[in-house]
Design a protein around this ligand. Structure first.
Ligand code: ATP
Ligand code: MG
Length: 315
């Protein structure tokens, strides 16, 4: 995987991202407290990880930032200004996201899927008009999409439908689609899920390079500890919806609260850093992270705004 070809700022770039801040964010789903007084900051061009056991609230943090879930307490600011997130305004705010599952449009080819990410950036209206300019724009978007797929080594699948391809390729296409929006802040929800060891190494190199190659800050949710520890500038640890630790990878690795959240008692040892088994239970089994296994076959996210009463809303 090479660096995405994003060095030139787009002519219609969203306002420069000067840091995302969540302060005192709380989310309840009926009687369940999913987030409790969560504060975190993602400075420009930094890579911040959010880790924690299954059900800790990581995806809910993303859903709050994207406006799929409305917190009952707390504030969000982007570049020091209040952020009122809504899914349809995300791209304009310079934020893009990959889903915990794959979430590609089943009826579109990989290239067409990636083009939807670029259209979110440039607006849908012009692409709906059958003018010569619109046709030129479409060709340019397609060229960009294929180049992005190529940077992830999957350009040969550009004209294939997602369902015909292995899960790992679909995951990469989801990443390409998010990058096509040229975000200032990229939210990655378990990008390593379903990838093999070599692909995870490539992914780590790609993520590490994003601040320089694409000017992008990254908020990364990931169970694969080797990946998290090797790419993040800072890590926020959630447990039962609360922040139990924040710090550099080294600080977090040795933090007893983190060990308690993951393992019961022991610290996360270097090299003992495979993904936490994704049993779908609220907790990983006792005994801690296992090495090597991947999270292939993970089901997609529950639809946002699902059965929880009260606070879940699509805006
Ligand atoms: N739409 C929803 N309605 C009701 N409960 C929800 C909803 N979304 C999440 N939850 C619950 O909120 C809690 C936090 O869920 P979340 O998906 O944020 O955890 P997570 O840390 O991403 O877990 P995982 O590592 O398994 O992906 C869980 O108990 C989950 O069941
Ligand atoms: Mg999740």
């Amino acid at each position: 995987m090479g660096a995405p070809p994003h060095n030139a700022p787009p002519h219609n770039a969203p306002p420069s991202h000067q840091g995302l801040e969540l302060a005192g964010v709380g989310v309840r789903f009926g009687g369940l407290t999913a987030l409790d007084d969560v504060s975190l900051t993602v400075p420009p061009r930094r890579i911040v990880g959010v880790i924690g056991p299954n059900g800790a609230g990581k995806t809910t943090v993303f859903n709050v930032i994207c406006g799929f879930v409305v917190p009952h307490t707390g504030t969000l600011t982007l570049g020091g200004r209040p952020l009122r997130p809504a899914p349809h305004r995300l791209s304009r705010a310079g934020i893009a996201r990959t889903l915990q599952g794959v979430g590609l449009f089943a009826g579109l080819t990989l290239a067409e899927n990636v083009m939807t990410g670029a259209r979110a950036r440039s607006g849908f209206v012009s692409s709906l008009l059958a003018t010569p300019r619109a046709a030129r724009d479409e060709r340019r978007l397609r060229t960009e999409a294929v180049a992005l797929l190529d940077s992830l080594d999957i350009a040969r699948y550009a004209d294939a439908l997602p369902a015909t391809l292995p899960y790992a390729i679909q995951k990469k296409a989801g990443l390409a689609r998010a990058l096509a929006a040229r975000p200032h802040l990229l939210l990655l929800d378990e990008p390593a899920g379903g990838l093999g060891a070599e692909e995870i190494d490539e992914l780590a190199a790609l993520i590490r390079d994003l601040p320089a190659s694409a000017g992008t800050a990254v908020l990364l949710v990931e169970h694969h500890m080797d990946l998290v520890m090797s790419v993040c500038d800072e890590i926020v640890v959630l447990d039962f919806g609360r922040v139990v630790a924040t710090g550099t990878p080294d600080q977090v690795r040795g933090d007893p609260a983190v060990a308690a959240a993951y393992l019961g008692t022991e610290a996360i040892a270097p090299g003992d850093a495979g993904p936490v088994p994704d049993s779908g239970d609220a907790r990983p089994p006792a005994g801690g992270p296992t090495g090597g296994a991947t999270t292939a076959g993970r089901p997609p996210d529950p639809p946002p705004g699902g059965p929880g009463d009260g606070v879940v809303a699509l805006r």
